[in-house]
Design a binder for this molecule. Structure first.
Ligand code: ZN
Length: 562
């Protein structure tokens, strides 16, 4: 057990992190990391030990608690200098952080831990602010950084986080006594100070000065004019078009792995998609490592105007998607080495549809939403960089090195294992079935949510609930109810099959529908019950029908007996 002599630095660190993380202008969700240094008494030796508290990998600053902070022995991290020879050892060195703790292991420390440790200042912030990344991703980012911050904030060229970068930043600090932070090319900001308060003020000050500079010096329309035919559709028409396209797009995005979607149609997104410069800047991809790991190296931008019919848009999307996959495969092959982790899937995570908005995708709804939010960060960065200069993200080789870096791979592997229905969208339309207790619908919804699905519960109209599922999550995979015509059309548009669980139908009806829909990969099964007061028996049966346990079964009716 470790008794913190002074818990103040840790508490200050948590409070500062929460304040900084609460404002998305300071850092993206889950992005950036902070640290504090102090002294604790080692319970084993009764000696004082200099330690560093640093945010664990993957957590969010806004909601950071003591459980999300790792504590490491400062001298041991710094002693890694003794074994460090070259950049080929980055992964190995990071693993050695496991041997730098004091007491039971906490969360895996941030991938920027060595940078925090090598800097002597007591408090260090590393953030991903859109305004600073706009400088960092400008072709003349170094000159702009000099112009705005003089010799107070330095410039370090784009490079993967790690020990080598940490040594470079600390060497700069040592030779330039006035330095209080660095803009990291194509990436973000690192600042340091002796007190938590000074560090926070400095971070906020640098972020504000960068934003002010863009505001004051930037072009009024950095991405050119809105293109006619690519501008935002009126709300109703936009919704209509989103309903038609979302299942098709979700089907494409799920080619390698079933993905849940999220639709964004905010002004900033619609505006970006419609601008003259977007076909030039969007293919350049995103810049900050956090951005492109979640959003893939670049989005898929539909290049047809809003006057195109949904049929034309669908055909073009299929074509662009096939090209995207081919290019992604080539990108992987160009840069992969024998030790590179296997390709993670070649589908885009971000689809930009003129007039309609952005559809983002991920293995679950939270991942999908965050990917879209990160792309909005990228939009702000691209717009800011084009306002003051020319947007120039890090090189493709550097992006690949980060995307397929072992440490990022480990970060992904630490995520909880998917549940049996993760990635599936379910509509529970029990309320629409005559004579069925709504408690049964609630029990089924709970059962599906426990298994990882996202669920829309229909109080009465099943078709409306299917539309809600399409707009909220991109489509539908599972329907529990009685009619299903609309749901079937949506499943066919997605092109990856589906599950229908019929309540209150006859045996012959279920068998007939099962035969009819088999060629579309849609399975139709039923549950027959007279009474199930709390709905749990029906819910368990419904889950067994859709969770893959009975993947080759269609046309079955499961009887429930009391
Ligand atoms: Zn970073």
């Amino acid at each position: 057990m470790i008794h913190a002599e002074s818990s103040t630095p840790l508490q200050e660190l948590i409070d500062r992190s929460n304040r900084l993380g609460a404002d998305r202008r300071n850092t993206n969700y889950g992005g950036g990391n902070t640290s504090a240094k102090g002294v604790v008494t080692d319970a084993v030796t009764a000696e004082d030990v200099a330690v560093m508290w640093v945010k664990g990998s993957g957590g969010d600053l806004g909601t950071l608690t003591a459980d999300g902070v790792s504590m490491l022995v400062l001298d041991r991290i710094r002693a890694l200098k003794n074994v460090y020879v070259n950049t080929g050892q980055e992964d190995e060195l990071h693993q050695l952080l496991d041997f730098c703790g004091l007491g039971p292991p906490g969360p895996a420390p941030s991938i920027d831990t060595s940078m925090h440790a090598l800097l002597p200042a007591c408090h260090v912030d590393h953030l991903h602010p859109d305004s600073v990344i706009a400088l960092a991703a400008s072709v003349d980012g170094e000159a702009l950084t000099n112009e705005i911050f003089g010799n107070e904030i330095g410039w370090v060229p784009g490079q993967r986080p790690g020990f080598d970068l940490a040594l470079k930043i600390d060497a700069m600090r040592e030779t330039q006594g006035s330095l209080r932070g660095v803009v990291m090319g194509g990436h973000g900001l690192t600042t340091w100070a002796e007190t938590s308060e000074d560090c926070e003020q400095l971070s906020l000050d640098v972020i504000r000065r960068a934003a002010d500079f863009i505001e004051r010096q930037g072009k009024p329309e950095p991405l050119g004019a809105l293109r006619v035919g690519f501008d935002p559709l009126p709300t109703d028409e936009r919704r209509h078009r989103a309903l038609a396209l979302a299942p098709i797009i979700r089907g494409l995005a799920s080619t390698d792995q079933r993905a849940v979607g999220h639709w964004f149609d905010s002004d900033e997104v619609l505006d970006f998609i419609g601008r003259e410069a977007t076909p030039r800047v969007a293919p350049l991809g995103t810049s900050c490592p956090d951005h492109f790991i979640r959003t893939k190296v670049r989005p898929l931008l539909l290049d047809l105007p809003t006057t195109a019919t949904p049929g034309e848009q669908t055909a073009r999307l299929r074509q662009l998607h096939a090209e995207y996959r081919e290019e992604y495969r080539q990108y992987y092959d160009r840069h992969a080495r024998p030790e590179t982790p296997p390709m993670r899937g070649a589908d885009p995570a971000i689809f930009l549809i003129p007039g309609v908005g952005m559809f983002s995708f991920g293995a679950d709804h939270q991942t999908a939403r965050v990917a879209g939010e990160f792309y909005i960060n990228a939009i702000n960065v691209i717009r800011g960089a084009e306002a003051i200069s020319s947007y120039t993200p890090v090189s493709e080789a550097e992006k690949f090195a980060v995307e397929y870096w072992m440490l990022e791979e480990l970060k992904l592997r630490r995520r909880p294992a998917p549940k049996s229905l993760t990635g599936k969208v379910a509509v529970v339309a029990v309320g629409a079935v005559a004579g069925v207790d709504p408690a049964i619908g609630r029990a089924v919804a709970r059962e599906f949510e426990d298994a990882g699905a996202v669920v829309v519960v229909a109080p009465d109209d099943e078709d409306e609930a299917v539309d809600a599922a399409v707009l909220q999550f991109g489509g539908v995979d599972i329907v529990v109810g009685s009619s299903h015509t609309h749901a079937v059309a949506t499943m066919i548009a997605q092109g990856h099959g589906g599950d229908i669980v019929q309540l209150g139908g006859t045996k012959s009806l279920v068998a007939e529908r099962a035969t009819e829909l088999a060629e579309c990969g849609i399975r139709v099964n039923g549950i027959a019950f007279d009474d199930d007061p709390d709905g749990r028996a029906v819910a368990r049966a419904a889950r067994a029908l859709v969770d893959g346990s009975l993947a080759n079964t269609t046309g079955l009716i499961i009887p429930i007996s009391r």
